[in-house]
Design a protein around this ligand. Sequence first.
Ligand SMILES: Nc1ncnc2c1ncn2[C@@H]1O[C@H](COP(=O)(O)OP(=O)(O)O)[C@@H](O)[C@H]1O
Ligand SMILES: [Mg+2]
Length: 250
Amino acid sequence: MAEVVTRLVSDAPKVTRDECAVIALEEVSREYAGRTGVVRALDSATFSIVAGEWVAITGPSGSGKSTLVNLLGCLDRPTCGSLKIDGVEVGAMSAKELDRFRADKIGFIFQQFHLIPYLSAVENVMLAQYFHSMTDESEARAALEKVGLGDRVGHLPSELSGGEQQRVCIARALINNPPILLADEPTGNLDQANQKIVAGMLEGLHAAGHTIVMVTHDPEMAALAPRRIALNHGRVFCHPVSGMVRLPFS
Ligand SMILES: Nc1ncnc2c1ncn2[C@@H]1O[C@H](COP(=O)(O)OP(=O)(O)O)[C@@H](O)[C@H]1O
Ligand SMILES: [Mg+2]
């Protein structure tokens, strides 16, 4: 049996990374008009991320991490260059199209959680369903159960610990089954015990095949991701990856 699988895999067609990229940047720059002139916060970034990858984006403060995350999260558009998410050119979309696209494609996990303070945990998850399509309370409850919060569904964010709030965020990010999870310093506001829990959850999501792009200052978190992309003064330095990807059973 092992032999058959090995043969199937080795016979499988090879495609370039770019052909199966969920995220593809080519010469992407983002400039801001500052008081003292133009700031090139992201400078000619070219790289791709394929489905199922877990990538850590690292770099010192001011290196362009937030600028890049805003672009990958379809919260902003490049000044120039090509940015494709799931094969679609982001720069060509109107603001309204971008809103819809973002709801379909990206699940956000924020350092500051960004939960609505007067909505319960389950209502916060249902709000993401509402913005995407329609609410389904039993699905939202099930998503909270999956992150170990089945007994906290009715709690307000202020009645939850930081770690619990981040788990609500993870449930909210996953509820519409987006192809990309974008995590911005997901453990930045957590104590060590909760950091471990959230790191373990990200590992589980990666093992389950999710595509994760994670910005982090924390070397321990960055080390968990199999691939790292470093930013410095807006320039991107990618750790080398193979140019070819094997699709096992297609
Ligand atoms: N809206 C803005 N207007 C002008 N300059 C900005 C703006 N946002 C960011 N910058 C500048 O762009 C550079 C990169 O910023 P940022 O992406 O926030 O870096 P990081 O998230 O790595 O700290 C910094 O020099 C910052 O001052
Ligand atoms: Mg930042």
